[in-house]
Design a protein around this ligand. Structure first.
Ligand code: MG
Length: 233
């Protein structure tokens, strides 16, 4: 079957995100400690409780990690006595610190060549649940468009976010699209449910049953995996 679209997950598929997230969180916390008096008096238990309450009370923002983070910080600041109006302003300023560091991602060295090669034959797009900005990276030029959980109104593994990508690409037959990602639940099960083919980038070599169409262990194996799925080549 001819493949018309390849979609890529971003975090831990095209770049490492764990260290980036740790740093973003550390820098944001340092900013908050400096600007929100009393913030350090919040215990881990109290933070967990505030987080759980927010999840329960605002299920409509769970897919949107940016909006959730903003709302969570706002509640934390109010919990230590910051007036409502100041809490919103401070949470937005703290979020600006977070997103600055969150976007300091470095694509894996092999990513650029892979995307350059694939983009000469296929339409490429990104599908992410995260809030890093691919348009600010060195690999931005290879993507026709980028879909985030925030703008799709749903996060992977929801079929909705994959359908949004198919729609933007003008692909009416989902089996003519391949999604590549590192998460079995979010990427592979999501893509399979949407009727797309999938390539699981399994960094660990996990011996586990899975629904992926093809499993690879290195980014450099993705090109041949896609070739094997495109019977028109
Ligand atoms: Mg990922």
């Amino acid at each position: 079957m001819t493949i018309e679209l390849i979609t890529f997950d971003l975090d831990n598929t095209l770049w490492e995100s764990h260290q980036v997230l740790l740093r973003a969180t550390r820098e944001t916390n340092a900013w908050i400690v400096e600007h929100v008096p009393g913030y350090t008096s919040l215990s881990t238990e109290r933070l967990t409780e505030l987080n759980d309450t927010l999840r329960r009370e605002r299920p409509e923002i769970l897919h949107d990690v940016s909006e959730f983070r903003l709302a969570f910080m706002e509640r934390c600041f109010q919990a230590v006595g910051v007036p409502v109006s100041d809490a919103r302003r401070l949470s937005q300023a703290a979020f600006a610190v977070f997103i600055h560091w969150r976007c300091q991602v470095e694509p894996y060295p092999e990513a650029e060549q892979l995307l350059a090669e694939l983009s000469s034959s296929y339409q490429l797009a990104s599908i992410t649940n995260g809030n890093s900005d691919v348009t600010k990276t060195s690999i931005s030029e290879y993507f026709s468009f980028n879909v985030s959980a925030e703008n799709a109104g749903a996060a992977k593994p929801s079929v909705k976010i994959f359908r949004r990508a198919l729609e933007l690409a003008g692909v009416s037959e989902p089996a003519r699209a391949i999604h590549v990602g590192d998460s079995l639940r979010e990427d592979i099960d999501g893509a399979v449910n949407a009727g797309m083919k999938s390539v699981w980038l399994d960094h660990e070599g996990t011996p586990i049953e899975n629904n992926a169409t093809v499993v690879v262990h290195e980014l450099t194996d993705i090109g041949s995996a896609i070739c094997s799925l495109d019977t028109s080549t």
